[in-house]
Design a protein around this ligand. Structure first.
Ligand code: NAD
Ligand code: IPM
Ligand code: MN
Length: 352
């Protein structure tokens, strides 16, 4: 069997609970996939601050750089928000942004679809949400997250820079994805106001010339927020800049049932390890209770197998097991049921 090095970053809040669930699923599918997992758990985020004072400890970064793939739970929490506000302590979130930047994970794939049986879990009418299946491709290492930040008590500013090169490379990822799906790409921007958006639009149109089979639409982000709740089934692949993608992906996850279901893959060049994580945060309101929905992280583990390890069959096995248990009626609290994390995980293991 092939030995693969996985760095696990459980992080904070529900992070350790959902990563443990995903590791048990990875461990279950590994033998049949011919994989032997060498797992290195490292402190990261708030846990990194507690252990070393740094949200991205040197040893953790070293482990990530030499890994075949990285699985992350979530980082952050009120304790660290307080320490940042009052003692100027580092924020857990800086560790995550630092890791994404360090590995140049510029393309963040965030798929969300309506699972069979989950129609009633959507806040939208069944006829509106039916057939929703969208891949958001979020630019992850540019824009306002990484421009200059000026803090002040009276004035503050955040700069939103984008280069042609940064837009081009993420656009290509989105066009490739659209080519492999239904051939429709929606590029979301705010070109009526932002200079970066006008560059974004021009570059997307240039890249489109290399993808004649993909249909491209440009939609303004405010209208897109509306279209997602009025006609979510009409979209295929959506590509957008960092902050818009952050916001729209949370919106979309709720539309198809819960943020607890949504996975992601953050990818850079083929020779850097990918980072796989649910799109949700550390959920301090439910941390430690054993009731978090582990599915977003389990589906992130499936993306890790597919994109990180080229183990497509194992990825599909996990995705099928998740679809099966949801179809059979398994519901965690966020989906209106009473299954806890352990029950949801066992059901998925049994369905494998
Ligand atoms: P959140 O995603 O943690 O929680 C939002 C709501 O969704 C909460 O009510 C929470 O209970 C619920 N929820 C989230 N995941 C769930 C799951 N798996 N199962 C059931 N319910 C779930 O967002 P927030 O409360 O705005 O942020 C909390 C902290 O997480 C902040 O410190 C924030 O910076 C951080 N955060 C981290 C990441 C990450 O590590 N990638 C992502 C988002 C937020
Ligand atoms: C996410 C999170 C992060 C982001 C935060 C924690 C920095 O919300 O992964 O979606 O904004 O990218
Ligand atoms: Mn987010």
């Amino acid at each position: 069997s092939r030995t693969v090095r996985l760095t696990i970053l459980p992080g904070d809040g529900i992070g350790p609970e959902v990563t443990d669930a995903a590791i048990s699923v990875l461990t279950a599918v590994a033998p049949d996939a011919g994989l032997s997992l060498a797992i290195d758990r490292c402190p990261f985020g708030g846990a990194g601050i507690d252990a070393t004072g740094n949200p991205l400890p040197e040893q953790t970064l070293k482990s990530c750089v030499s890994a075949d793939a990285i699985l992350l739970g979530a980082v952050g929490g009120p304790k660290y928000d307080e320490a940042a506000r009052h003692q100027g302590a580092p924020r857990p979130e800086q560790g995550l942004l630092g890791l994404r930047k360090e590995l140049e994970l510029f393309a963040n794939l965030r798929p969300s679809k309506l699972f069979e049986g989950l129609e009633a879990a959507s806040p939208l009418r069944r006829d509106i949400v039916a057939d929703t299946d969208i891949l958001i491709v979020r630019e992850l290492t540019g824009g306002v997250y990484f421009g200059d930040h000026r803090e002040g008590t009276d004035v503050a500013s955040d700069i939103m820079p984008y280069s042609r090169e940064e837009v081009d490379r993420v656009a290509r990822v989105a066009f490739e994805a659209a080519k492999g799906r239904n051939g429709r790409l929606t590029s979301v921007d705010k070109a009526n106001v932002l200079a970066t958006s006008r560059l974004w639009r021009a570059v997307v149109d240039d890249v489109a010339k290399d993808y004649p089979t993909v249909t491209v639409d440009h939609v303004l982000v405010d209208a897109m927020a509306m279209h997602l709740v009025t006609k979510p089934a009409s979209f295929d692949v959506v590509v957008t800049e960092n902050l818009f993608g952050d916001i729209l992906s949370d919106e979309l996850s709720a539309i198809v049932g819960s943020i607890g279901l949504a996975p992601s893959a953050s990818l850079g060049t083929p020779d850097t390890p990918g980072l796989f994580e649910p799109i949700h945060g550390s959920a301090p309101d439910i941390a430690g209770q054993g009731i978090a929905n582990p599915i977003g992280t389990i589906l992130s583990a499936a993306m890790l197998l597919r994109h990180g390890l080229k183990a497509d069959a194992a990825a599909e096995r996990i995705e099928t097991a998740v679809s099966t248990v949801l179809k059979q009626g398994l519901r965690t609290k966020d989906l209106g049921g009473d299954a806890d994390t352990a029950a949801a995980t066992s059901a998925i293991l049994a369905a494998l």
